[in-house]
Design a protein around this ligand. Structure first.
Ligand SMILES: Cc1cc2nc3c(=O)[nH]c(=O)nc-3n(C[C@H](O)[C@H](O)[C@H](O)COP(=O)(O)OP(=O)(O)OC[C@H]3O[C@@H](n4cnc5c(N)ncnc54)[C@H](O)[C@@H]3O)c2cc1C
Ligand code: FES
Length: 461
């Protein structure tokens, strides 16, 4: 389930191994978290190796590095071997700080990276057009267009014999002589079920409590080739900025990622776009904004994903909690799941142990940030949540002022949704489900839409 980087990596390996493989994708291939990612293919996950050595031990940090190195190599290998046209480019990765007091952290990370076998150097500044206090460089990393990569990988899956079904949202996963997956009017019985849905939608372990959804805003600005940057950059200061070049049919783009926020717990997402635009125009010679979007992923308390088979549910596999570093982690965990299904286990598998101990209360959830009293409080193009009878409704007004109402109770576990005024979506503050203005599921763990609601006629007068 899920045609993101995890699902398609596992599916391709299993189809090549001769298994009968079905990929059930709720939307279209490449349109979700992977497709909306900044897609740096790197083992430099901001500052991670010192954290892993201190939180776990050197061995765990080495296994994490090994898994992600393999993830990186696998992507590059498939891009070459399968001739996937996805703007793959080798680039150096830089973690930079503008704060002199953090240079020590960069040096400690360089030391930790070397201890796990990764070449790392500390520079006095990052090759960026604004002043930085220092940078940590990992050479020979890469970047690509993740949506094009997934489309190519899905094509390779089909050539290897897998059947890929788009617009097929799985609504029920049940243990029954193997696993029974239900989608719409259809059902499928399988020996092995892979929940590659970014956050698992079923199973005996509550990954929605063991992870926390976080969103980022992203923008892509038109930029002249002479003002382009060379490399992929992640700021280690808060609010973070992530930078790289990209392009579309109209030419080069500077892709900039801005601050993070808890999904569904921010009442004015649009204001962050204005901040990011101001920061970018202050620091770069850019033209207009080509693209802007929001993306979300799930954090874990120890910054390591959960992935693999679940001992209490034989034949069920998960991969989640990528902490916004799921291109290499997602590829590695896709490989891990395929290997486990084939009866093998990579030497680094235990780093992702999906049932390892994790602190209680990591995900505290939240409440709607969009409560209003009446329809008059909602501007055309805006949304708000109000009481109706014993429940709450989520009302969005089209640009012409026409209101459209759906239930405000998330179909996952009933939390009240928040209006995202940038993406024009209803976002759940508890476990990160995202719904369209019509209530359709864009991102799980919800599997059912928000039902439409009728507005009382006297409200419309
Ligand atoms: C802003 C941002 C920037 C990032 N940048 C980077 C980066 O530079 N480098 C990096 O390594 N990582 C990055 N990441 C993280 C990375 O993009 C993700 O961790 C990774 O793409 C997750 O892959 P996935 O396969 O789990 O999810 P997805 O790509 O979302 O795939 C899951 C699929 O499952 C489908 N699905 C969900 N529910 C169902 C259902 N019920 N039935 C059927 N299908 C279903 C979805 O539609 C989706 O297509 C970033 C993340 C964010 C938020
Ligand atoms: S995502 Fe869990 S209640 Fe909404």
């Amino acid at each position: 389930m899920g045609a993101g980087i995890v699902g398609l990596t596992a599916a391709y390996l299993l189809a090549k191994a001769g298994l009968s493989v079905f990929v059930l994708e709720g939307r279209r291939v490449g349109r979700q978290v992977t497709g909306r990612s900044t897609a740096k293919i790197t083992t430099q996950h901001s500052l991670i190796y010192r954290h892993l050595i201190e939180t776990f031990d050197l061995d765990t940090a080495k296994r994490y590095a090994d898994a992600n190195r393999l993830g990186m190599q696998q992507v590059q290998h498939w891009v070459d071997q399968l001739e996937i046209a996805c703007d793959f480019e080798a680039k150096d990765a830089y973690a930079y700080s503008c704060d002199g007091s953090r240079v020590r952290d960069l040096e400690a990370e360089a030391d930790a990276a070397r201890r796990v076998g990764i070449g790392a150097e500390v520079l006095q500044s990052a090759p960026l057009p604004f002043k930085t206090a220092g940078a940590l460089r990992f050479r020979h990393q890469a970047q690509f267009n993740p949506a094009q990569y997934l489309v190519g990988l899905a094509r390779a899956c089909a050539s290897a014999g897998a059947q890929v079904f788009e617009n097929t949202r799985v609504t029920n996963v049940k243990q029954a002589d193997g696993w029974k997956l239900t989608a719409g009017m259809g059902a499928l019985r399988v020996d092995h079920a892979v929940l590659a849905t970014n956050l698992p939608i079923a199973g005996p372990v509550r990954f929605d409590k063991r992870t926390r959804p976080r969103s980022h805003i992203a923008m892509a600005f038109r930029i002249a080739p002479k003002a382009a940057i060379d490399g992929m950059f992640i700021g280690v200061d808060e609010p973070t900025h992530s930078l790289r070049m990209g392009r579309d049919q109209d030419g080069p783009l500077l892709v900039v990622l801005g601050r993070k926020f808890d999904t569904g717990q921010e009442g004015d997402v649009a204001k962050h776009f204005l901040e990011l635009e101001a920061w970018t125009t202050q620091n770069f010679e850019v033209g207009g904004v080509g693209w802007r979007w929001v993306n979300e992923d799930y954090d874990t308390a120890d910054r390591v994903p959960f992935a693999g088979g679940l001992p209490r549910a034989p034949g069920l596999y998960v991969a989640t909690g990528f902490n916004a570093w799921g291109i290499t982690n997602g590829t590695a965990t896709g490989i891990l799941i395929a290997e486990q299904i084939l009866g093998r286990a990579p030497p680094w598998a235990s780093v992702y142990d999906p049932t390892r101990k994790t602190p209680q209360g990591f995900n505290k959830g939240g409440d709607s940030q969009s409560l209003v009293h009446s329809l008059g409080d909602i501007e055309p193009g805006g949304g708000g949540v109000m009481s109706l009878g014993r429940g709450k409704i989520a009302v969005w007004k089209g640009n012409d002022g026409t209101p459209h109402a759906v239930s405000a109770a998330c179909t996952h576990e009933g939390c009240t949704v928040t209006w995202n005024n940038a993406d024009r979506t209803w976002d759940c503050p508890c476990h990160g489900s995202i719904f369209s203005t019509e209530g359709h599921v864009i991102h799980g763990p919800a599997v059912e839409p928000l039902p439409a609601r009728k507005l009382p006629p006297n409200w419309l007068r």
